[in-house]
Design a protein around this ligand. Structure first.
Ligand code: 26Q
Length: 798
């Protein structure tokens, strides 16, 4: 949109006055932030209305991304950028002696997700709008987002994240779009008078679902999509009745908190309620919209594509069947055909223990009608497939088995597409994890490698790099990310290399400042900034990183004069509250940090920084400053990873196993611009097959490993009496589930190569340039375009 600085300043002053009855002089940053939000909303209001009306008028096919998590972070700056008024607003504020960055900090980080899966959903929202594709989000408006993490004596402590307390400027409550969602009771099928059966519900508990819509502003294209998040309320007709505090709380609990990714949380009734709540509300609202178009129900799949993000919304399958059977009165065959054509599913994990299963009795008592339908789907699947493929394959793939409902099986059988999130992951799904389903439905399987919203992760997070790009290759990359490859031509250009180096240094100073403020530790921008930021999980092997740090520490203690390029190891990670082993690793990293950061004999060569409360906003400061990107999961365990892509875009060099999307990063940048180490997938599977991994052998054979592991139990690392033993035993007595010891030597060697290479700054920056220039294929614009073309069949309005 067009906006002059003068008009902005006038609008802003007026908004402050109208909303808060305050002058500039009497306002505080909170009112400045709110007014800026309100004004931004006014700037996009017309485009939002127009986008909505146009979709309805054209009866365009739309996609709906059902996800129990969204992780958008802060929206102010990204909305300004998308509207094309970022620079004008920043300059206008500056004239008023205000700083956009400072005001933007007042916005609470919207953290309605755990990690990769939720952030991916938000990157997809951004790309859908920016590519002009009609796509909507559908999820839950949790009153409390992911817990806030604090460290107390090195231990993780969780605090509530009450992000809504001072209001949310972006959301719009849509009272007239509320729907009802029913739980429990009994259901009977009674004749409907025309030869069919109609469900009769008794003693059902009815709840009200209220949608809150948040606009998703497309990048400078006047297109605005929306993310619809549902909040639970007591139905109006119940409001008149007396409800106890407990009864009210039981209702409100449904959208109160986001579950932290946590296998011990599996099987919790409240989680199942959440899943059905947002699935049913979302499907009803789509169904109402479709009905308002006045088209025959047969057209449903040509107007609506519904995506199941992981199995959490897999109840879409029986719930859509329920609507088509019970509301539209379709036959089973017709309803099933439309359901399968409408739905598609993404798998995000190959960890067997993470595949969702629900005990029959829970599904049956909470959702009696839905369970009837699941039973019927299962029975028809068995009847149809057994003659075709035999009983063994059917036993391994049916939905109801051993007293539980297998959600992945439900999602695959009830949809027309199942995709993995990186080539390697999709191949593992076909050949190993979901092999039996692949035999049944080979045409349903496909790959969609993840991507990232490059606008947030470069333009917003890294203005210094963006400016170098603008000055070197022009500004077209901002709109067409393919053009970033133009940078490759400057590999030998010393001016450009110098500018890239200076931008990195600037970002390292910015992060150094933040580290000093948050931890009191000062770090040198001359050091290698080595970054591992992701959820804390054993398979991601933060422990491998830590073992290497302890090795460096011991080396320096043995030989204080050892020549070493100074290193700052930076961690950001939350552990699920009940994941004890992950919390043990956090404690150990913090104690090593404590030891190392306060030992003057190390002469500043080694620093370990574990920043509290890793979230989207913190990522935006850490990632631009990284030299090394740690992507060191055990091969085959990380479905894709997405921080690997963000770090690469920001010029960090990847230190990686051949896991998830790391393989494709290697293909994009070339072997000589990435540091690979460790077991490959076939090697890992070889160990599983033979069952002959022996962690103890590595310990006995390697004196370095002995010294490093002993440091956890002999007092060298202080204050970890308990925790040190837990780590030691997990590696030796419990035989090291994720092959940390097996990969240790090759990891150390790769780290040594990094240190050697970093000393040639010119060459290092050349490799960094190659990484930046090769990132286009990891833009979520590309990912989303291929979902749109291959799975959803939706079209761009641009
Ligand atoms: C399970 C049970 C009870 C409560 C919560 C959960 C739960 C919550 C979150 C289970 C899984 C998740 C999230 C998984 C996730 O983030 N997976 C990551 O998805 C990314 C996007 O595709 C990939 O890049 C990562 O490799 C994958 O780990």
């Amino acid at each position: 949109m067009k906006l002059s600085k003068k008009k902005f300043v006038a609008d802003f002053t007026r908004t402050l006055h109208e909303r808060f009855a305050l002058s500039l002089e009497d306002s505080s940053n909170y009112e400045f932030y709110m007014s800026l939000g309100i004004l931004t909303r006014a700037y996009y209001a017309k485009a939002w209305q127009k986008s909505t009306e146009q979709l309805k008028r054209n009866q365009s096919k739309q996609a709906y991304y059902f996800s129990i998590e969204f992780l958008p972070g802060k929206l102010l700056k990204s909305n300004l950028l998308s509207l094309g008024i970022y620079d004008t607003v920043a300059a206008g504020l500056k004239d008023l002696n205000l700083d956009l960055d400072e005001l933007a900090n007042y916005e609470p980080d919207m953290a309605l997700g755990n990690g990769g899966l939720g952030r991916l959903a938000s990157c997809f929202m951004d790309s859908l709008a920016s590519c002009g594709l009609p796509g909507n989000g559908n999820g839950i408006r949790y009153n409390y987002g992911l817990f806030k993490q604090k460290f107390v004596d090195g231990y993780q402590v969780e605090l509530p994240d009450s992000w809504l307390t001072s209001g949310n400027v972006w959301e719009v409550r849509k009272e007239n779009k509320a729907v009802e969602v029913g739980f429990g009771g009994e259901v009977y099928l009674v004749p409907d008078g025309s030869g069919g059966l109609q469900p009769l519900y008794e003693n059902q508990e009815i709840l009200r679902a209220i949608p809150y819509d948040t606009p998703v502003v497309g990048y400078q294209n006047d297109i605005i999509n929306q993310m619809r998040l549902w909040s639970v309320e007591i139905p109006l007709r119940e409001e008149g009745k007396y409800l106890t505090v407990e009864q009210r709380k039981a209702v409100e609990d449904i959208t109160a908190v986001l579950y932290p990714d946590d296998s011990s949380e599996a099987g919790r009734l409240l989680r199942l309620k959440q899943e059905y709540f947002f699935v049913s509300a979302g499907l009803q609202s789509i169904h109402n919209y479709f009905t308002s178009l006045g088209l025959p129900i047969e057209d449903f799949p040509s107007k609506v594509a519904i995506h199941i993000n992981d199995t959490h919304p897999a109840l879409c399958v029986p719930e859509l069947m329920r609507l088509l059977l019970d509301v539209n009165g379709l036959t089973w065959e017709k309803a099933w055909d439309l359901t399968v054509k409408t739905l598609s599913y993404t798998n995000h994990t190959i960890l067997q223990e993470a595949l969702e299963k629900w005990p029959i009795f829970m599904v049956q008592s909470l959702l009696p009608r839905v369970y009837q339908i699941i039973q019927e789907i299962d029975a028809r699947f068995v009847a149809e497939k057994t003659p075709q493929v035999g009983p063994t394959l059917v036993r391994n793939t049916r939905i109801i088995q051993d007293g539980v409902v297998h959600m992945a099986n439900l999602a695959i059988i009830g949809s027309h597409s199942t995709n993995g999130v990186a080539k390697l992951h999709s191949d593992l799904l076909k050949n190993v994890v979901l092999h039996d389903f692949y035999l049944l439905y080979p045409e349903r399987f496909n790959n969609k490698t993840n991507g990232i919203a490059h606008r947030r992760w470069s333009q917003l997070a890294n203005p210094a790099l963006s400016q170098v790009l603008d000055e070197t290759i022009g500004t077209t990359w901002r709109k067409n990310i393919e053009d970033i490859a133009l940078l490759k031509a400057y590999r030998e250009d010393d001016e450009v290399l110098k500018a890239l180096h200076a931008a990195k240094r600037h970002n390292k100073e910015r992060l150094g400042q933040l580290i000093l403020e948050k931890t009191g530790v000062s770090v040198s921008p001359d050091a290698i900034f080595d970054v591992q930021i992701k959820r804390l999980h054993a398979y991601k092997r933060q422990l491998l990183n830590l073992l290497h740090i302890v090795k460096l520490y011991l080396d320096l203690k043995e030989n204080p004069q050892l020549a070493m390029v100074p290193r700052v190891f930076i961690f950001g990670a939350k552990a699920a509250p009940s994941y004890d082993y992950a919390k043990t690793i956090i404690k150990c990293i913090n104690e090593v940090a404590n030891l190392v950061n306060h030992d003057d004999t190390l002469q500043g060569k080694l620093k370990v920084i574990f920043l509290e409360n890793y979230n989207v906003s913190l990522a935006e400061v850490i990632i631009p400053a990284a030299d090394v990107s740690e992507q060191i999961s055990l091969a085959s365990k990380e479905a894709s990873g997405t921080s690997n892509m963000k770090l690469m875009l920001n010029g960090a060099l990847t230190l990686a196993t051949l896991d998830g999307a790391n393989v494709e990063i290697r293909d994009a940048v070339g072997e000589e611009n990435i540091y690979l180490f460790g077991l490959t997938v076939p090697e890992v599977y070889g160990y599983y097959q033979r069952g002959d991994y022996c962690a103890m052998d590595y310990y006995h054979a390697d004196p370095v490993l002995q010294k490093v592991l002993n440091a956890f139990v002999n007092g060298v690392i202080p204050n970890i009496q308990q925790e040190g033993h837990v780590i030691f035993e997990s590696l030796l007595n419990y035989n090291d589930e994720y092959f940390v010891l097996r990969d240790f030597a090759s990891y150390v060697a790769a780290q040594a190569a990094i240190e050697a290479d970093y000393q040639n700054q010119r060459h290092w920056t050349q490799m960094s340039l190659q990484n930046i220039a090769s990132m286009a294929r990891f833009s979520s614009d590309r990912t989303i375009e291929s979902y749109a073309a291959d799975i959803w069949h939706i079209e761009s309005k641009q």
